[in-house]
Design a binder for this molecule. Structure first.
Ligand code: AMP
Ligand code: MG
Length: 272
């Protein structure tokens, strides 16, 4: 990882969540961070164009986190610069009856980005080892089987050219309470709140435990999880942007040459 990514420390791998401070900013200042973010968003847009032009690989970004951790905000602020042509955002809600009549990866596989494009999962297949686990809708045995299935699924995606990067937006319970109160007071936001959201908050510790288990079981070298301290929105945005820029830069992409027939046609044209 590049040095600047290290500094931001979206901890890669299998960290203990209770040892990572959601308020972490590593001494960065908001104003400076915002200027850097602007540059990174621009870089991301150019890298996306290269990805599209080459059409060989896809990038899948998985966003997970407790309610109000900032999944929507990350999409708005970090991924705003991407060309809509090659970007698909897929939110995953409660499964429909049809979806439930299939295996849990069925609805997910269909949303995996095509080569040349970026797919953003706002929630994901991980809900099937998180919310359902916390509510005891599946046994520990089934949870283990699903975690294994996820590992294999993501590995297979990697082998077919999809780069998988997963982000856990790590929020503190106190900050969530503040954000819920803000949402309740703000007409532009309170439509987002449901009674269930308040209920889920009571299950905070169980959720953290389920996240911990999921991250431990599925963070691999090729499909890593990043734990992103998310109490500060600006820090969260910058940390996610840094990882994505770094990931795409590592592909060392260049513009593809023009198709041979296009070059020949252009030569003909000049002659005539
Ligand atoms: P939101 O993202 O705030 O619009 O909420 C979507 C809701 O759908 C959340 O409460 C999720 O936990 C729930 N959800 C998403 N996927 C699943 C799933 N596979 N099983 C059960 N609930 C889910
Ligand atoms: Mg919600």
């Amino acid at each position: 990882m590049a040095k600047d990514v290290h500094l931001l420390q979206p901890v890669e791998g299998r960290p203990r969540l209770d040892r990572i401070d959601p308020k972490e900013t590593h001494g960065l200042e908001e104003k400076a961070a915002k200027a850097v973010l602007q540059r990174d968003v621009q870089a991301l847009s150019e890298l996306h164009d290269l990805l599209y032009a080459n059409g060989k690989r896809a990038l899948l970004i998985v966003l997970q986190g407790m309610d109000s951790a900032g999944k929507d905000g990350t999409i708005r602020h970090v991924l705003q610069g991407l060309s809509p042509q090659g970007t698909v955002v897929s939110p995953f809600k409660q499964p429909t009856e049809l979806e439930l009549s299939h295996d849990f990866l069925w609805r997910v596989h269909q949303r995996v980005p095509a080569k040349g494009t970026i797919g953003i999962f706002n929630r994901s297949h991980y809900e099937d080892v998180l919310v359902v686990r916390v509510h005891h809708l599946i046994s520990d045995k089934v949870a283990r089987q699903r975690l294994r299935a996820i590992r294999h699924f993501e590995r297979q995606l990697t082998e077919s050219g999809v780069i998988v990067r997963k982000f856990f937006l790590h929020l503190s319970r106190e900050e969530q309470a503040i954000r819920f109160e803000e949402r309740r007071q703000d007409r532009r936001k309170n439509w987002k709140m449901s009674a269930a959201d308040f209920h889920e908050t009571q299950l905070w510790d169980q959720y953290q435990k389920a996240y911990q288990a999921a991250i431990e079981a599925t963070s691999t070298e090729t499909c890593p999880w990043y734990v992103v301290p998310s109490d500060h929105r600006w820090y969260r945005n910058l940390a996610v942007a840094k990882v994505l820029v770094h990931t795409l830069r590592e592909l060392k992409m260049d513009w593809p040459p023009p198709p041979a027939d296009a070059a020949a046609a252009a030569a003909e044209e000049t002659k005539g």
